[in-house]
Design a protein around this ligand. Structure first.
Ligand SMILES: [Zn+2]
Length: 308
């Protein structure tokens, strides 16, 4: 079965290559940092690994931006994108992007700009690490045992809550377990000055990632519209001139999301589905993306070759 599946994908890839040209690997990064919580390690790439990856891309791929023309490629294309708007994208990733002259798009969730606040998922992980082996959940009198499946399901449940409900839940959890939460500078979002500098930088483009980072596929048309309008307004206030791509928080969307993207006249939405893209995706305005983990050496090509 597995063999048949792999043959099927190879044929599909070959057909795609003949009909629509070479693949473009649109890579998705979040944090570039050496400070990392183990439960969220897949969302952080170390500074050293990031530089190794940039070197690998420079030698092996044709480096592109989202707005570039993806036709007549001489090599497999690669596009770099960063989600959420972490300050380290500016302080740690940018100096390396400059060193290798590599363009990138920063998709910034606007809620935490210019605050010390961490994102709720980073706060969840930070609190979880501080919990004892058994701990209390909000609204429960019995203790539960630490395990990664539990953490994952807590994260899924929290994703469904509104921002103040999340905060209440986390505060209650911290209180019940005697945890003190202090936002960490390594997890902060960009400041206004940093967002402005990103907008003005010739290698960088600012993209939309909503205001509250809610999964759009779980919201009504009106709520999705409000999320998009609010974040567009915030970015415009910070001087961002052209907002033409939306990276979907949690990769979540529904038919209303696609309708809204047409109404806002976006050039494309970026998914989080671990699949390669090509010029066909640009025409359909739905761009597949591949989560890039912290890897270096041979592991980079081993990881990417299944998409190439
Ligand atoms: Zn995100």
């Amino acid at each position: 079965m597995r063999f048949l599946k792999s043959v099927y994908y190879k044929v599909l890839k070959f057909k795609n290559r003949l009909l629509v040209g070479r693949p473009v690997l649109v890579l998705m990064y979040h944090r570039i940092n050496d400070v990392v919580d183990l439960p969220a390690a897949h969302l952080t790439v170390s500074v050293a690994d990031f530089e190794k990856q940039l070197q690998y891309f420079t030698t092996n791929y044709q480096i592109l931006g989202l707005r570039d023309n993806w036709t007549n490629l001489k090599k497999t294309g690669v596009v770099l994108t960063f989600d959420d708007g972490y300050a380290d994208n500016y302080t740690k990733a940018l100096p390396l992007l400059e060193k290798y002259n590599i363009p990138a798009t920063f998709f910034i969730a606007t809620e935490n700009i210019d605050t010390e606040e961490g994102f709720w998922w980073d706060r969840l992980n930070q609190d979880y690490i501080q919990c004892d082996d058994t701990f209390f959940l909000p609204g429960s009198i019995d203790k539960v045992s630490k395990n990664n499946n539990l953490l994952r399901s807590l994260s899924i449940e929290l994703t469904k809550l509104k921002q103040d409900e999340k905060r209440e839940w986390l505060e209650e959890w911290e209180k019940k377990n005697g945890i003190s939460y202090l936002p960490r500078p390594e997890y902060r979002s960009m400041t206004v000055a940093e967002v402005t500098a990103v907008e003005e930088h010739p290698l960088l483009t600012v993209g939309l990632h909503t205001h509250n980072h809610y999964p759009l596929g779980q919201l009504s048309y009106d709520d999705q519209k409000e999320e998009l309008e609010l974040s567009i307004q915030k970015l415009k206030e910070l001087g961002v001139k052209k907002i033409d791509y939306l990276a979907l928080p949690h990769g979540s969307y529904n038919t209303e999301t696609i309708r809204l993207c047409e109404e806002f006249n976006f050039s494309g939405v970026l998914l989080a589905n671990n699949y390669y893209s090509n010029i066909g995706n640009k025409h359909k305005k739905k761009i597949n993306r591949i989560l890039m983990p912290s890897l270096s050496g041979k592991k980079i090509s081993e990881y990417l070759k299944k998409y190439d």
